[in-house]
Every structure is written in C-alpha cells, then in structure tokens.
Design a protein around this ligand. Structure first.
Ligand SMILES: [Fe+2]
Ligand SMILES: [Fe+2]
Length: 491
C-alpha cells in the first residue's frame, strides 16, 4: 500500500518536472517563432539572411518533436497549449507570446500539428504561407492546408481558430478566473508602458489612452479582490526595473486608494499617476540610472530632477485632456517627503498632495523590496516595513503608513514564513478577518527532485481536531537565503 502511494507520488513528481522542462522548451519555441515571423515580413523567402533564424526555429521545434513524438500548438482564448499543456508565460517571454497569439488569431488559425521532424524547406514554406494569409478570413485554415498539400508537405496540419463567445468581450470578469485576468493585465501593462517610454525617449508621439484602459481594468480587479494583484508585485524582474517598479507602485497605490474609499474614477487617476511617477527618469542616461557605485554630485543632481521632468513630459502629452492637476501634482510630489526635506526644493511651504503621499509609500516599499544593480539582496517585506516605520515622521504620512501596513499585513503577500510544522510557506492571501491577521493563506513550499516549487495551499485558520491550529507561523524568513523564487508561486 505504502509503496503504491510512493509510486503515485513519484509519478506525480515526474509529471511536474516534465511540465517545467517542457515549458522551458515551449517558451524558447515561441520566442524563436516570434522572431522568425517578424523577420519573414522583412525579407522574401529566398533571402540568405533568413537562414539563421530558420535554423534556430527548427532546432527549437525539432527538439520538442523528438521528445514528444509530435507537437500540437493550439490557441485557446488567450492561451497557448503545447500538446495539451498550457504554456506559462514569463515577463521576458510575454511579448513573443502575445505577438504569436495576435498574429494567428488575426488570420483565424487556431492550431498546428507537426507530425514529424521538419526540414529547413518545410519550415520556410510554413512561415511564408502563414504570414501571407489575408487577415480576417475564416477559411484560412482550409486554404493553408491546401497550400501545404500543393507543396507535398504532409508533416503539418493546420486547424481553424475556435472563437468562443467569451472572447468577444475580452476580460469579462467572473467568467474567467480573476487570477488569469490579473496576469494578463499585469504583463500587458508592462508591455504598453515600455512602448510609451520608448516613444517618450525618442520624442515621438506618445499615447497614454491604452495605458489608461489597462489601469481601468486593474481598478476593476482591485475592487474585486486586491490580493490577486498584490500577488503580482512579487514578480521583481531585475532587468526591467523601471517597468516593473512603475506597475508595482500603481498596484500598491490602487490598493491603498481603495481603502481610502476613492471612487473608481479617482482610482483610475491615482493608478495612472502612480504608473507615470518616475516617467521623468526616461530622460536620465542609463549609465546614471544603473550605476552600480555611488553617484557623483552632478549625477545626483540629474537624478533629483526627475519629478520635475516627469511633470514636463506629462504636460507635453498630446492627449492633455487625459491628464488633470491632481495627477501632475502627484508626480511632482512623490519625493518631497512628509517634512518637505526631499526634492525638488520648494520656495514656499505646502502640504504634500494625497496622491503624492500615497505614491511616496508605495514607491519606497517597492524600491526597498526589489533587487537593484547597486543592492542585489533586497530587504524582506518585514525589514522594509521596519525601515519605513523608523522614518515615518520624516518621510511619510504616518496615518497612511499605518494603513499600508494593515494592507500588506503583518506578513505581507509574498513573505516566506516558517511554520510550527517545520514546513516553509509563502503568504498567498491575507486573512480578510482582522482578528485572524496572523493566519493568512500560505502556499507550502515543497521541492521536488529538480528543485521546482510545487503548489499546495494551506489555510492557517484550519484546526488540528482539538483546540489548536493545524499550522501556525513561527517567524518570517529571508527568501534570499533559501534561494526561493517567490514570484513563481504567483504565476
Ligand atoms: Fe521617483
Ligand atoms: Fe519610483
């Protein structure tokens, strides 16, 4: 009996492990595909410049087929399935993911089955037939198969896109899992924000309307269940600090705004202000922004200008109607500090605006808990809150800070904790009942042979049969010491 359970466990574990290796292969495949699809729109199919990209895609695809016998790539909703397994996307891979889904959907192609190892010529034909399809034609899949037959390619079969009713109103909450929606909003916001910054840097026309639409979706999510979006802030992507940071600051600000009782429209304004709070940094050279050592006086001077530069940029946005005074002042204020000892220096005393005070707290917390080039090991959530409490009179509005601590909890979402059962857990969702503030829901950290995290949720209010609790938190731990990638548990 015991050995049966053991072998079941083993089977389960190897499934999980395979899952993760396949998902790595899958992500690589999507990235290579993305590049090839783009390149094919620049060069004609005979151009030698293509060869390298074809080879790379071939390698990715054939490795997969070799392992699995075949490869079935399918688009369902906004997800990609590879041999019936949903591909998890990452921050780095999201653009490729999105591109592939959009391009295939536009052409009404829903899936492809690769039945055997492909050769270079087949790959070339495949990509050019695909990208040559006219967008918006429902009969494209049939047409595609016909073209493959004409070229005597029998190793590939294409199927049409299945459009479900749900897709017509994308992001309809309730129908889809909110966590999935949150993920999409999160990654899409990062992508959109990135685009905006690129335009601003190049002094091109920058449109904030798309960003505003996404912020409205985020507001919707925060009103529903703030813990889901707060969980996304554990994705601390080191290389893309500015984008990640801006989105995280917006999430924390929205959650605070919600507790302050802001209306949806004010929340949207707060969200977009928070997202744009560091937009002035886009004019600071990267060498200064990412300098690993201390800044010179001159560089520090440049750095301190970013709130003002941010105001200028926002005022120069073409759609000025989208921006109001509250937003502009919020950006200007976000480093003033509570006692006005921050920057920019003021000629006349003023009170820091409410948006400014909210963003100041969200900004400090996210900056401290994220690894940076000059501080690779960040503070744990507890350490960051302790520092903020110490500085509360100088830097922050103490009432808002108290509220923020209540919001992120004694054990903020994403904290690594030690349980009295000797298990480790990651705080997943705070307990909504304030009397149980020390009993959140946690994901138990278990590791399979390959060191991959496995998800099992435990509610710390669960009783042990008697009067006690099944599990209780003993103390918070530092995830950096245990090499645990917290974000993994939220994706
Ligand atoms: Fe800033
Ligand atoms: Fe910031």
């Amino acid at each position: 009996m015991e050995s049966e359970i053991q072998s079941q466990k083993e089977a389960h574990r190897s499934e999980e492990a395979m899952d993760s290796e396949l998902s790595k292969l899958g992500s690589n495949l999507i990235t290579k595909f993305h590049v090839l699809m783009r390149i094919s729109q620049i060069y004609d199919s005979k151009n030698v410049a293509l060869n390298q990209f074809i080879q790379e895609s071939l390698l990715a695809i054939n490795t997969f087929i070799q392992r699995e016998g075949n490869l079935c790539l399918k688009i369902v909703g906004d997800d990609i399935f590879l041999n019936e397994q949903r591909l998890r996307y990452s921050v780095e891979g999201f653009n490729s993911f999105k591109y592939l889904v959009t391009q295939w959907k536009r052409r009404f192609i829903g899936g492809v089955l690769y039945k055997e190892i492909l050769d270079e010529e087949t790959m070339r034909e495949f990509i050019y037939i695909l990208m040559g399809l006219e967008e918006g034609r429902e009969e494209n899949a049939a047409l595609f198969n016909e073209k493959l037959r004409e070229r005597h390619i029998s190793s590939i079969e294409v199927s049409p896109l299945e459009v479900s009713e749900k897709e017509e109103g994308a992001y309809t909450l309730g129908k889809e899992d909110s966590r999935e929606v949150a993920k999409k909003v999160f990654f899409e916001t990062i992508g959109t924000f990135k685009e905006l910054i690129t335009h601003i840097k190049g002094n091109q026309h920058a449109d904030v309307r798309k960003l505003k639409r996404l912020v409205r979706k985020a507001v919707h999510l925060v009103m529903e269940d703030e813990s889901i979006l707060l969980g996304m802030t554990t994705i601390k992507n080191y290389d893309e600090y500015t984008f990640n940071h801006s989105v995280n600051v917006a999430i924390y600000s929205l959650a605070m705004g919600r507790r302050l009782g802001f209306s949806r429209s004010v929340l949207s304004e707060l969200g977009i202000t928070a997202m744009l709070h560091d937009i002035g940094k886009s004019k600071i050279p990267l060498e200064v922004l990412n300098k690993p050592s201390a800044l010179s006086d001159e560089e520090w001077g440049q750095m301190k200008k970013h709130p003002l530069t941010g105001v200028e940029i926002v005022l120069n946005l073409k759609q000025l109607g989208e921006v109001n005074a509250k937003m502009v002042v919020g950006i200007f204020d976000h480093h003033l500090k509570n006692d006005l000892s921050g920057y920019p220096k003021l000629f006349r005393k003023k009170r820091v605006s409410l948006f400014g005070r909210v963003i100041q707290i969200a900004d400090a917390y996210d900056a401290m808990t994220t690894p940076r080039i000059y501080k690779k090991v960040p503070f744990t959530p507890e350490q960051a809150l302790a520092v903020m409490l110490k500085d509360r009179n100088v830097c922050f509005d103490s009432i808002l800070l108290k509220m923020f601590i209540g919001l992120v909890g004694v054990y903020p979402i994403g904290s690594l904790v030690l349980l009295d059962t000797h298990e480790m857990g990651i705080v997943f969702k705070p307990n909504p009942d304030s009397q149980w503030i020390e009993r959140p829901q946690v994901v138990l950290v278990e590791r399979d042979k390959r060191g991959e995290g496995m998800k099992e949720l435990a509610d710390l209010t669960e009783r042990n049969g008697g009067n006690g609790f099944k599990r209780s938190i003993v103390k918070a731990l530092d995830p950096n010491k245990y090499h645990i990638d917290i974000a993994k548990y939220f994706l």
